[in-house]
Design a protein around this ligand. Structure first.
Ligand SMILES: [Zn+2]
Length: 601
């Protein structure tokens, strides 16, 4: 070989090995993109501009290498936190929303939805996480969206990791639709930004960038919507709107934002009576309730007074739909089909897969599985009753105390029907098929290389074995190790990159302070400033040891002698002691149960 060629080859190889490898795949989790909107864009739609001129819009086409978009069937309720958590197989959140009802604490718990971050957001390589951009999201959504796209592209080129998959989360696409912005034009912007990114990537890497777009639910584009009068309806029916349940007439309704579904928590003995009354609530479409006197039996009612029972065989994951009066889900023809195909057992049960295949394009897609999971497992504190609203109605929380926000609401989601429930799966590297939220990860090797945020951030939580068992896709060592914990008992789980340092004390210091005053932010501005009680000093000494040592995480038993007041709010701050300095500082709020024990969720 010619010497100069070898020389050139060496330079070339040197260049290749020292240049930083870019990710092979870009996964964009895009909040609230409807299947019907993406389908329309792929097929091409005619639109009219401000001057009445008709123009044609197409995006994410086959010419660009995209496969036909598939349906991503959301959870019920079809809301962001629940659906994303299910898509990534993370441990379910304490509630469907950031304000939720805790059964163990017997109390509504108020969390600031604007500043709190949940697991799927932390697992991203990049998300628009500044509180400023988030609170602005509702006002300047199109600008926020363009800004987020710009930042996404910047971060993609900057990424220093050798991770083959780069994960991002865009939430302004959802905010924009709530504010009635033109989602098709936003998606067209996204498409052209991605075209530029792909061209530059291909020029540099010599091959195509793999792109995967996933959304968590649809959007109804149903306009402003009439506010459903759930509170006065319940009061007239003799119920009492409360923050805890102490009698059959107490009901708790955690609500944040403007939604087309309602969660109701009540005394189990009252569920059936209350559900039967809710069929008369103006704006209710489908009412689903957990029957308290039978295991895994669920009541389904609709506004026409129709009634059915769903039974779930948890061991086999089979479902039975038995219509008692009418056919509230319109599933009787499905039963006929299943029966004709020989997929119905003699007792009327059929597998989750068979129900899925037959109801994918139904008005209420995959309703049996979604109702059962919605009332049992998609959150750690499931409601006793879920109400899916007619698209002409909305449920608005305390935050929406004047009409202005309602006026500007152009679209919402959360309900059981197809337009609320169908999100997207769109790729340019593999054909996809219609898939429910809990099976999406299975299509993509369980999403490898999600950011292990516990190894990079400080944090802590109370955790129990039962709670940790609800993780669907294990990722942290603790997701496997928790099985060696005793069945009952509460533990403090602490994580921080600092904990890996040698010379750290094995114990942990903490102060616990009672927060007094009502925790309900709706009670008025005054209550937003909690007053702190006297401080309790605690040392956590009993560290639990596990088969695999996780350098950035520690788990401590709850100190036996630590007694707190029952039904109270507390704040804990803690730290480890390193060589002459404090490490792994953390802080979080919690509530205690009726015995004065902290509740994990
Ligand atoms: Zn969402």
């Amino acid at each position: 070989m010619n010497r100069s060629i070898i020389f050139l080859l060496l330079i070339f190889l040197g260049g290749v090995t020292t240049s930083r490898a870019l990710p092979q795949r870009l996964v964009i989790t895009l909040d609230g993109i409807s299947y019907r909107d993406m389908k329309a864009l792929q097929d091409g739609v005619n639109d009219t501009n401000g001057w009445g001129v008709v123009f044609h819009r197409r995006a994410f086409t086959a010419d660009e290498g995209y496969f036909p978009v598939s349906r991503m069937i959301s959870t019920f309720p079809s809301t962001s936190d629940v659906a994303w958590t299910d898509i990534f197989g993370d441990r379910p959140q304490p509630g469907y929303q950031r304000t939720y009802f805790s059964v163990a604490a017997n109390s509504e718990v108020f969390v600031n939805g604007l500043t709190s971050t949940i697991e799927h957001e932390r697992q991203m390589d990049w998300q628009a996480d500044s509180n400023f951009a988030r609170s602005m999201g509702y006002i300047y959504s199109v600008h926020t969206f363009k800004y987020e796209m710009h930042k996404l592209v910047q971060e993609f080129w900057k990424v220093g990791s050798t991770n083959p998959v780069f994960y991002v989360y865009i939430r302004s696409s959802d905010d924009a639709q709530h504010m009635d912005r033109d989602i098709l034009s936003m998606l067209t912007i996204l498409d052209s930004d991605l075209q530029d990114l792909r061209a530059r990537y291909k020029a540099q890497e010599g091959h195509d960038l793999q792109i995967l777009l996933i959304s968590d639910h649809g959007h109804n584009h149903a306009g402003r919507g009439e506010r459903v009068q759930i509170r006065s309806f319940l009061e007239k029916a003799g119920y009492h709107m409360a923050q805890s349940i102490n009698g059959p007439k107490d009901v708790v309704l955690p609500t944040s934002g403007i939604e087309d579904w309602i969660e109701i928590h009540n005394a189990p003995s009252e569920t059936e009576i209350l559900a039967e009354q809710l069929v008369r609530l103006e704006g209710a479409d489908v009412i689903a309730a957990r029957l308290s006197d039978q295991t895994n039996a669920f009541l389904v009612l609709n506004s026409k007074g129709e009634k059915a029972i769903i039974r779930w065989n948890a061991a086999q994951n089979t479902f039975q739909y038995s219509a008692k009066k009418g056919d509230p889900l319109g599933y009787l023809p499905v039963i006929e089909t299943l029966s004709r195909k020989g997929q119905l057992e003699v007792n009327g049960f059929a597998t989750a897969d068979d129900w899925m295949n037959e109801t994918m394009t139904n008005h209420y897609p995959l309703a049996l599985q979604r109702i059962v999971r919605g009332l049992t497992s998609v959150t750690l504190n499931p409601a006793t009753i879920l109400v899916s609203l007619d698209n002409r109605y909305v449920n608005a929380g305390w935050l929406v105390n004047d009409a202005s926000l309602l006026e500007s609401c152009g679209s919402t989601h959360g309900a059981l029907d197809d337009i609320n429930s169908l999100g997207i799966i769109l790729s340019n590297f593999v054909p996809t098929h219609d898939t429910p939220s809990d099976r999406v990860a299975g299509l993509f090797d369980n999403f490898p290389g999600l950011r292990a945020y516990r190894s990079e951030e400080n944090g802590a939580e109370w955790v129990s074995k039962e709670e940790q068992a609800t993780v669907r896709i294990p990722r942290d060592p603790f997701d496997w190790d928790y099985t060696s914990l005793p069945d009952d008992g509460l533990f403090l789980r602490v994580w921080s990159p600092d904990l890996a340092w040698s010379g750290n004390s094995p114990s942990l210091e903490a102060t616990i302070e009672k927060i007094s005053g009502p925790s309900d932010p709706s009670a008025g501005a005054q209550s937003l400033k909690p007053t702190m009680g006297h401080e309790i000093r605690v040392t956590f000494k009993e560290q639990v040891s596990f088969p695999t040592n996780c350098p950035y995480e520690r788990v401590y038993a709850y100190p036996r002698n630590l007694r707190l007041e029952p039904q109270a709010n507390y704040e804990i701050s803690g730290w480890g002691e390193g060589e002459g300095r404090n490490v792994g500082r953390f802080e979080f709020d919690f509530r205690t149960d009726s015995h004065g024990r902290p509740v994990a969720y």
